[in-house]
Design a binder for this molecule. Structure first.
Ligand code: TRP
Length: 337
């Protein structure tokens, strides 16, 4: 089970870090993938764009290979059982602990004018999303580790307080080596939604935008580890500069191994031409992103199709949700006749 926030556009980091994991999981497990529209409300006060954003994130994930016939792909708000479990879990959630959660403290700093209770109980809602399907494997990035620990605590507390073994403990999951790091184009950090847009490749970027971003990427002034200055002196660099290493890392994602090796050989010989390397990288990215972008655009505008996807997904998710809620009510003694 995993949740995807309908905020912003998917970028290459999301693709290689998350979506590709979902697509692999869908062939091996029973999967529940959800668009976290209620979670979005904790930071979004103006909801005019919400519908477009929900449709976009669904379309982008389907375009990347997520198959709504193989998994339950649904919207959080279409599964109202989530709210009931959220209420139950709130009785197991200590305010002091929630206040100490790093993501909450970040939000307090970012939006001091809107520190709402939904923000405080964000991890409780996320635990409800997961426990509702009694999920054990949650494909998420490192930034969600705290939230998963909280979900495990609530599962454990529920079982201890009300007896039984209703909730298994969920753990973060990935296929190990498949979680590729996707560096940003400015030589610093990873691609991210909010930071420098010129350094991030979005799955919605047009061909020319992709080329422009890559041609502007930082490299190095020389042409490899033993490049010469204008005076002919040899400059030996011991370590490949980060910006160059990042370009190689990106090239590995989209170019054949022989192409990467050829540029690596040039680099080692001090004869690499970064302009050529960037052109190769740009064409690789264009060929990779274009079909996803075109497919996503077509799906996003096909509202009747998306409606069928959402209805079908919610119907699947509610079967599992209703079974869990019934068992939770019984465990809690909420059956009066
Ligand atoms: N908090 C997650 C994020 O910011 C999104 C999310 C919501 C989620 N519900 C979830 C992730 C359930 C995993 C499981 O990315």
């Amino acid at each position: 089970m995993s949740g995807i926030r309908p905020t912003g556009f998917l970028h290459l980091g999301n693709y290689f870090g998350a979506v590709r994991n979902y697509v692999r999981m869908q062939d091996q497990y029973t999967c529940y993938f959800m668009v976290a529209d209620w979670h979005a409300l904790t930071t979004m006060t103006d909801t005019k764009e919400l519908a477009t954003q929900v449709r976009r994130v669904m379309a982008e994930n389907i375009a990347c290979g997520l198959d709504p016939d193989k998994v339950a792909f649904f919207c959080q708000s279409h599964v109202p059982e989530t709210a009931e479990l959220y209420l139950f879990l709130n009785m197991l959630a200590y305010v002091g602990e929630l206040q100490k959660t790093p993501t909450f403290k970040d939000k307090v700093r970012l939006q001091p004018e809107n520190v709402n209770a939904g923000l405080l109980t964000y991890p409780v809602l996320q635990a409800a999303d997961i426990l509702l399907h009694r999920a054990t494997l949650v494909p998420v990035g490192k930034d969600q580790e705290q939230h998963l620990e909280i979900a495990r605590d609530y599962a454990h507390r529920f079982n201890t307080r009300y007896g039984g073994e209703l909730f298994p403990e969920p753990y973060a999951f990935n296929f190990g080596e498949s979680l590729a790091r996707v560096p940003s184009l400015d030589g610093a950090g990873k691609m991210s939604k909010s930071e420098n847009q010129m350094a991030t490749l979005y799955l919605s970027d047009g061909d020319e935008t992709i080329r422009k971003k890559i041609m502007k990427a930082k490299t190095d002034s020389g042409s490899g580890p033993a490049s010469r200055t204008a005076e002919g002196a040899v400059l030996v660099q011991e370590k490949m500069p980060d910006a160059v290493a990042n370009l190689f890392q990106l090239l590995r994602l989209v170019a054949p191994a022989e192409t990467v090796t050829a540029f690596e050989t040039d680099y080692a010989a001090g004869t690499i031409r970064y302009g050529d390397m960037k052109k190769t990288l740009a064409e690789g990215m264009v060929n990779f992103i274009r079909p996803i972008r075109e497919k996503a655009e077509a799906i996003q505008n096909d509202i009747p199709y998306l409606r069928r996807v959402m209805e079908q997904g919610a119907a699947k998710a509610r079967v599992s949700a209703q079974a869990t809620i019934k068992l939770a009510q019984e465990a809690m003694g909420l059956k009066y006749y």
